[in-house]
Design a protein around this ligand. Structure first.
Ligand code: SF4
Length: 364
């Protein structure tokens, strides 16, 4: 079976070309031509990379392909949000969501099939971890979206897909190497060239990897905080038992210092009578003081058989007011794609939704 060249780094392309006997003096140019053809022009066939010789295209075509991941289903919400169910080569499935907004469009991509973390408010958390995605499978989600949106070869001012959020299925920092590799490809100036300021990784708070992330990538960081007390956060985000709030916040302070005080986004899901009191809001401001931050308040998005309810609108507004009076930006996120189960925390693979067996799930 042919391998996908999607998600191939410059180094990998270099190794490949050397193995074909490409001379050192031509190497840099050939790598750029191939990388550009795949990641900027968005070619779907190796034969379309006409900047390289027919002979080289033939060699690449013998073992490699630029075929896309199969889109098994496309759902379009009445608010314009689009959810794609992608079927991977091993028949596992992941979901990717495009959220169009005024003057920008964000793609929420997955990093794992399933998730180990079992956050109790999150539908994906009901799935066992099946496996990590490869860099190729992570980048391929962006390729599928760009194909569908007809968004190749556009500059940053006129593209429909302007922002990437690693907030789909999975904990990206538990798949660090592949996620890193994928992001480096996505921000490469010869490729799609996403600005690092427009790529955000969301984590439940895997402390040891946060420091590395700052050093390696310098992209935006979002943290799923969701509670201000350990006893509550232990239930909502069970990894808190390993990485409690105090330790997490001190890691984030260090991260902020070493990342030129770039704002960290705290995600806070609003759950009725669980974490939504005004004293929670005041405590939130107290514990994050000293961290350049923005707090995204996320009205809870329900899913079948969950145990939570969304806080009342009035309460969410009052919560937001306390935070903004303390000097933090605290937008209330407008639920997007709820009617197609594409909103934050609602993603789950189709097979799981229909109770079909997953391919090779790992029980941790
Ligand atoms: S919120 Fe994120 S980390 Fe938690 S279970 Fe859901 S996908 Fe996993």
């Amino acid at each position: 079976m042919k391998k996908s060249l999607i998600g191939y780094s410059r180094n990998q392309i270099s190794d490949l070309l050397l193995s074909y006997g490409i001379k050192e003096k031509d190497l840099k140019m050939r790598i750029t031509q191939i990388f550009h053809g795949i990641n900027y022009r968005g070619f779907q066939k190796i034969d379309e990379i006409t900047s390289i010789s027919k002979n080289l295209r033939g060699l690449l075509g013998e073992n490699f392909t630029l075929e896309r991941t199969e889109i098994k289903k496309e759902l379009i919400s009445k608010d314009g949000t689009i959810k794609w169910l992608l079927s991977l080569e091993d028949k596992n499935e992941i979901e990717t969501v495009y959220i169009p907004e005024k003057n920008r469009g964000s793609l929420c991509i997955s990093s794992q099939v399933g998730c180990t973390l079992k956050c109790s408010f999150c539908h994906t958390g009901t799935m066992p971890l099946v496996r990590n995605l490869t860099a190729s499978e992570i980048v391929a989600q962006v390729f599928s979206a760009k194909d569908k949106l007809n968004d190749w070869q556009k500059n940053s001012e006129n593209r429909r897909l302007s922002n990437i959020i690693l907030m789909g299925m999975g904990e990206p920092l538990y798949n660090y190497e592949e996620v890193c590799k994928a992001i480096k490809i996505l921000v490469d100036p010869e490729g799609i060239n996403f600005s690092k300021r427009k790529v955000t990784l969301s984590t439940a708070g895997i402390i040891p990897m946060i420091e590395r992330l700052g050093e390696d990538l310098g992209i935006g960081l979002a943290v799923s905080l969701h509670a201000v007390r350990d006893d509550i956060r232990n239930k909502l985000v069970p990894i808190n038992k390993k990485y409690p709030i105090k330790d997490l916040l001190s890691a984030l302070k260090k991260y902020a210092k070493s990342n030129q005080s770039r704002k960290i986004t705290f995600e806070y899901v609003m759950l009725k009578d669980i974490n939504d009191s005004l004293s929670d809001a005041r405590e939130l401001c107290r514990i994050i003081s000293g961290i350049p931050a923005k707090i995204n308040l996320i009205p809870f998005n329900p899913w079948p058989n969950n145990q939570y309810q969304c806080s009342d609108q009035k309460k969410i507004r009052a919560f937001s007011e306390v935070i903004s009076n303390a000097g933090y930006s605290s937008p209330i996120r407008k639920p997007r794609g709820r009617d197609i189960m594409a909103a934050c925390g609602q993603l789950i693979s189709e097979s799981r939704r229909n109770n079909r067996p997953l391919q090779g799930s790992i029980n941790i």
